[in-house]
Design a protein around this ligand. Structure first.
Ligand SMILES: [Zn+2]
Length: 141
């Protein structure tokens, strides 16, 4: 199983073990929309792939930090401005709102992902998921 680790040389802290079944693809614009950190040195992930790991339980992380500071432009409902929809657990979810940022627990660098409120496109059920940006990290193994 691969591991996602912090991409900074002085850190390399382990963030999570990657379960391939939980990987989703989001549109490229998600990086600019949420101002996510991009690890430009990685050779493991082609730059055109916007892969995210969906984590439903925060305890699945080995190490992760949470930042409450979110740019004011992201505080509101995303509405129909952006359609970030992905399939997870037999449902299609739409990102409604970014609640918090994920950062490295050791060096505080990031954001490496978002904690967001998502809505089931079929029955409007809402839940909170962690979306970890694999392009913001270093993938080992
Ligand atoms: Zn770090």
């Amino acid at each position: 199983m691969s591991k996602a680790t912090c991409s900074f040389d002085s850190c390399h802290s382990e963030v999570i073990a990657i379960k391939d079944d939980n990987i989703i693809n989001l549109p490229e614009q998600v990086y600019s929309e949420f101002k996510l950190l991009e690890n430009r040195t990685t050779r493991d992930i082609p730059p055109n792939e916007s892969k995210f790991l969906v984590v439903s339980d925060v305890w699945d992380f080995d190490n992760v930090g949470v930042s409450r500071e979110i740019p004011s432009s992201l505080l509101g409902d995303l509405g129909d401005k952006n359609e970030f929809v992905f399939e997870y657990g037999n449902s299609n979810w739409k990102i409604k709102k970014c609640l918090k940022y994920l950062i490295c627990a050791d060096c505080d660098k990031g954001p490496i992902g978002i904690i967001c409120q998502v809505q089931d496109q079929e029955n409007d059920e809402e839940r909170v998921l962690h979306l970890l940006s694999l392009r913001s990290l270093q993938i080992m193994g």
